[in-house]
Design a protein around this ligand. Structure first.
Ligand SMILES: C[S@@+](CC[C@H](N)C(=O)[O-])C[C@H]1O[C@@H](n2cnc3c(N)ncnc32)[C@H](O)[C@@H]1O
Length: 217
C-alpha cells in the first residue's frame, strides 16, 4: 500500500498532531524508563514525523519495510540512521533505551505469530530498564466493516479524494481504497487493497503477555 501512496501519506494524515503525540510519548517514557541513555528506535517509522520531533530529545533511528517511506524519512531527519526491514524479523546489532511502534503499524503484521515475533524482536533491541511503546489498533469488536469512508485533500497544488471500505476476514481487515488525485505534475489514480490484522480486545485485561513478553496497557 505505502510504496504506491508514500507521496501522499503526509497530506492524507495531516489531521494527526505529531508534536502533541510526541509530548505524550515523552511523558510515558519519562514515567517508565529506568536507564540513563537516550537512544530511541522508531519501528515502522513511516515518513519520520515522530522522529523529527523526538530527535530534539533523543538519538533516533528508524526502521520501515517500505523504501519510499524511508526516502521521505531520511530527507526529513537527516541526522538519523535508517534501516529497511521487516519489524517481525530484524536484528540491528544494537540496543536502545526506547523502542516505539506507532499509529496502527502493528496491525500490518496480520497474524498473531508475526505479532509475537515482532514484540520479541523489539524487546531484544531494548536495554534492561528500557521502555517499549506499541500503539494498539482497532479490535475486531470496535471495527465497523462495510462502511465507506472518504478523505479529501484540497490544496492549491494537490487534490486527492481517497475512498475506502473494509471487510473482516478472520482476524484481518481488508481495506479497499482508491486515490484519484490531481497534482501539479498531472493526474494519477491509485487503487489497491491492504490487509491489516486486528488482534486482542484488551479493554478488560490491562496485563497481557505477547510473544512471552509481559505488557501492560
Ligand atoms: C500507518 S503507517 C505509520 C507510520 C508512522 N509510524 C507514523 O506514525 O506516521 C504504517 C507503517 O508501517 C510500515 N510497515 C508495514 N508493515 C511493516 C513491516 N512488516 N515491517 C516494518 N514496517 C512495516 C509501513 O511501510 C508504514 O510506513
Amino acid at each position: 500500500m505505502f510504496s504506491k501512496s508514500a507521496h501522499y501519506y503526509d497530506a492524507i494524515y495531516s489531521f494527526k498532531d505529531y508534536p502533541k503525540e510526541t509530548e505524550t510519548i515523552r511523558t510515558l517514557i519519562s514515567r517508565e524508563k529506568r536507564t540513563d541513555g537516550n537512544r530511541l528506535l522508531d519501528v515502522a517509522c513511516g515518513t519520520g514525523l515522530h522522529m523529527l520531533y523526538l530527535s530534539e530529545h533523543f538519538e533516533v533511528e528508524g526502521i520501515d519495510l517500505d523504501g519510499d517511506m524511508l526516502g521521505f524519512a531520511r530527507h526529513r531527519v537527516q541526522s538519523a540512521m535508517f534501516h529497511q526491514g521487516d519489524m517481525a524479523d530484524f536484528n540491528l546489532g544494537s540496543t536502545f533505551d526506547v523502542v516505539i511502534c506507532l499509529f496502527s503499524s502493528i496491525g500490518y503484521l496480520q497474524t498473531t505469530k508475526r505479532l509475537n515475533n515482532a514484540i520479541r524482536c523489539m524487546a531484544d533491541h531494548l536495554v534492561t530498564g528500557g521502555v517499549m511503546i506499541v500503539e494498539p489498533w482497532y479490535t475486531p469488536e470496535n471495527w465497523h466493516p462495510g462502511t465507506v469512508h472518504a478523505k479529501f485533500i484540497d490544496e492549491p497544488e494537490l487534490k486527492i479524494a481517497r475512498v475506502n471500505t473494509s471487510y473482516v476476514n478472520g482476524i484481518a481487515i481488508l481495506f479497499r481504497y482508491a486515490l484519484p488525485g490531481r497534482h501539479s505534475g498531472g493526474h494519477r489514480s491509485l487503487r489497491g487493497a491492504t490487509r491489516i490484522g486486528s488482534f486482542y480486545d484488551c479493554r478488560n485485561d490491562r496485563r497481557i503477555r505477547i510473544g512471552g513478553i509481559g505488557c501492560f496497557l
